[in-house]
Every structure is written in C-alpha cells, then in structure tokens.
Design a protein around this ligand. Structure first.
Ligand SMILES: Cc1cc2nc3c(=O)[nH]c(=O)nc-3n(C[C@H](O)[C@H](O)[C@H](O)COP(=O)(O)O)c2cc1C
Length: 213
C-alpha cells in the first residue's frame, strides 16, 4: 500500500499539524512521505496524488472549515477513474469540543466519495492550539494516542475506531465546562496567554488595528 501524507497547514512544518504528523509517524515502522500543500502547485500535486493508493490529509480547522490552500487543492482534483483509492483525514483544532469540526467532516466524506475515493473517515482532535507552544509533557496522552493511531493504521490500513472516539472527546462541552470557560479567571488567564503570543510576534501594539476600515 503506497501512502502519502499531506500536511495541509499554512504553517507547514512548524505548526501543530506537523506535530500531529510526527507523532502519528512515530507509531510506524516505515516512515511515510510527507508533502506540504503550502509549497506545492495544486494542479501538479493533485495529479501526483494519483500515484498513491492512500492519501492521509492532516490539517488544522480554520473558521470551521479547511485552510484556503487545502480548498485550492480540492478544486484542482478530478474524480479518480477507479474506485480503488482511499482518502483519510486528520483535523486538529483550537476549540475543545470536536463538534465544531462536524461541518468539515460532512464535507470531507462527501468530497471523498465524489472524487471516487473510499472514505477512511475523519479523525478530529480539539484543544490542540497550544501543542507547539506549551512544553510537550502537557500533551503526553495525545502524543501516545497519535502514535497508537499510526501503528494501527500501518497494521490495518484504517483508523482505529476506539482511538478515534477517544480523540474526539468531548464532542460537546458540559454545562460546567461552559461555566468555567466563561468565568473571569479563565478569561483573564486566556488574555495573558494571547498577549504573550502577540508580544512574542511583535504585534502587541497593533492588536486593535482595523486595517479594512
Ligand atoms: C485563521 C485561523 C482560523 C482558525 N479557526 C478555528 C476554528 O474555526 N475552530 C477551531 O477550533 N480552531 C480554529 N483555529 C485554531 C487552529 O485550528 C489551531 O490553532 C491549530 O492547532 C493550528 O494548526 P497549525 O499550527 O498547523 O496551523 C484557527 C486558527 C487560525 C490561525
């Protein structure tokens, strides 16, 4: 089985998507080729994807959907003449609850079928925005799950349903979680975190800019 991993993140190899791919790959005995949608011509990449039996597209959730570079790639794809090819997706997101990626999941399952691929499913993991910011020990459990996902994928050519279910939890926030997230303390903590990121990127002073006005 010839499998290609596509990294669909606009941050290419220095974002959270890459971390997901690295930990998925750590469960494999043979590392898979990775290509970065950002660095490719969509038409050429869409053609070259035909050389693979299975495509695994790993990407971040952007505005409840896919990044624009991934959309461009989809638009360059044509239905495959045979139905022997497989397409699977791993979507990681900032919001905690996986239900926020369900619209995208529905889109991806229809897309795969319209392109004549067998749909392998969409793995969704929320609460992943800080993966590449915080020390890695905060994400030890997630990284183990991704390794196991990779290992099972190599053995069976599919996503393990139990791991997928665990990664997708919580699907919805509980009333308590909503209350906690709306509390002053968490909001202030969040603000400190965002301000730190803004300062680190040299744009703290411009945080209230409205360039389109
Ligand atoms: C432009 C933009 C839009 C985003 N939209 C969403 C969103 O709608 N829902 C969500 O849960 N996370 C959203 N996020 C958070 C990303 O999904 C999250 O930070 C992800 O880990 C980024 O992966 P990357 O480092 O590979 O880009 C957004 C991030 C950016 C930069």
């Amino acid at each position: 089985m010839k499998t290609l991993i596509l990294n669909g993140s606009p941050r290419a190899d220095h974002g959270n998507t890459q971390l997901f791919i690295d930990h998925f790959q750590s469960g494999l005995t043979q590392p898979l080729l990775i290509r970065y949608v950002l660095r490719e011509n969509p038409t050429t990449l869409a053609l070259e994807m035909n050389d693979y039996d299975t495509i695994l597209l790993v990407m971040p959730l952007y505005i409840h959907a896919m990044p624009g570079i991934v959309m461009k790639l989809f638009e360059a794809m044509n239905p495959h003449p045979t139905n022997h090819k497989k397409f699977g997706f791993i979507v990681q997101a900032g919001f905690i609850e996986s239900s926020t990626a369900r619209y995208l999941e529905n889109y991806l399952s229809s897309l795969a079928r319209r392109l004549n691929y067998t749909y392998l499913g969409t793995v969704i993991k929320g609460d992943a925005a800080a993966c590449s910011i915080l020390p890695h020990f905060f994400f030890g459990k997630l990284f183990k799950q991704l390794k196991a996902l990779g290992s099972e994928f190599e053995k069976n050519g599919s996503f393990d349903p139990v791991i997928v279910k665990n990664l997708g939890n919580p699907v919805h926030l509980s009333k308590f979680q909503v209350w906690l997230l709306e509390s002053r303390f968490i909001k202030q903590l969040n603000q400190i975190g965002w301000n730190w990121i803004l300062k680190r990127n040299g744009c703290f002073e411009n945080r209230f800019d409205r360039p389109y006005l």
